[in-house]
Design a protein around this ligand. Structure first.
Ligand code: ZN
Length: 332
């Protein structure tokens, strides 16, 4: 079966393309990407992509699919249905399921259920500590053997620096990165929004940027010590951008993500009682947000992820912003 996508703007970073192109797909495989006008006389099904962007399938390396354990929220089937509806053909899912994905049996269950769903590719991320408790290492090797592509206690920070050190040493042998949720719980102190004048005015307990910065400084130090690969999840502060900039200049194997909410919202704009803005780390100040945009433009921030179930509002917002029309799963 042939499909041609005409008149779209193809954005394909792998091939350094951001230009009007027509695309020919045959039996699910991209056969040719050519200047407009090349495929007009074909017998193929035609999709008119005028004023639209045509891109390879998006990858979201930080989602929370809720199966096993919270199927009333989402299953691997509905999560991947939602992902492909939004143009995401690969997702990596965090370990805070019930039971926690901290051993090979749960990892294999996720891989198997995702295979049955047969929609987006699902890459499980295994827990760093047993039960996400931050006390002893989970079965890292077993999970990697069963298909885990990274290790993370996401949802919680690893407060024990020695446990993080051991995990980094182990993971550098297994050749997988550790994704870190950076939040010093003592500094965060049960806060519910960014620390600053807005929190003061609303009478809410604030979380300072420092709660994130000190943990990122620690894990950069541990990456240097162990040679392990650190991936910083949902970076939200300008201070952390500066730390990462320096670490990358030094050549440390560091990757960084941020999320749409840190790039679009600002704490000054959070109205009283608007709990939909509550997230962790919190939405920071406007001036901070501008520094994040600069870091995206500079490549200091490597990627933008949802950090949500694909069904939740932040990703829906992302999808609407890009006005995604449809997905053709292809192999280039
Ligand atoms: Zn997190």
């Amino acid at each position: 079966m042939k499909i041609v996508i005409l008149n779209g703007t193809v954005i394909d970073p792998a091939n350094n393309t951001n230009t009007p192109r027509d695309v020919l797909i045959e039996d699910g495989i991209v056969r040719a990407v050519e200047k407009p006008g090349m495929f007009r006389k074909t017998d193929a099904e035609v999709i008119d992509a005028s004023s639209l962007i045509v891109a390879p399938g998006f990858v979201d390396i930080h989602v929370h699919l809720r199966e096993p354990g919270q199927e009333y929220k989402e299953t691997l089937l509905t999560g991947t249905q939602s992902a492909v509806a939004g143009g995401f053909t690969s997702v990596a899912c965090m370990a805070n399921t019930n039971p926690v994905n901290d051993n090979g049996a749960v990892t294999r269950y996720i891989v198997e259920r995702a295979r049955e769903a047969n929609l987006a590719r699902v890459f499980p991320i295994g827990a760093l500590s047993k039960g996400l408790k931050g006390e002893e290492l989970a079965s890292l090797g077993e999970m990697v053997d069963s298909g885990a592509v990274a290790i993370s206690d996401d949802g919680r920070p690893v407060m024990n620096a020695n446990l993080m050190r051991r995990a980094l040493e182990y993971c550098s042998m297994l050749n997988v990165p550790i994704s870190v949720h950076e939040e010093d719980l003592h500094l965060a102190g049960g806060g519910v929004m960014n620390e600053g004048p807005t929190a003061l005015r609303l009478g809410l307990r604030g979380i300072p940027n420092a709660a994130e910065d000190v943990m990122i400084a620690r894990d950069i130090t541990l990456a240097r010590l162990t040679g392990g690969r650190v991936h910083i999840a949902h970076l939200s502060t300008r201070g952390a951008v500066a730390l990462v900039r320096q670490a990358k200049a030094e050549g440390l194997p560091l990757t960084v993500e941020t999320c749409p909410h840190y790039l679009t919202f600002a704490s000054e704009d959070v109205p009283d009682g608007a709990t939909q803005f509550k997230c962790c780390p919190p939405v920071r100040e406007r001036e901070n947000r501008e520094k994040l945009w600069e870091a995206v433009a500079d490549g200091i921030i490597d990627m933008i992820v949802s950090d949500h179930s694909p069904c939740t509002p932040a990703l829906k917002m992302q999808q609407q912003e890009f006005k995604i029309q449809g997905v053709v799963e292809t192999q280039a």
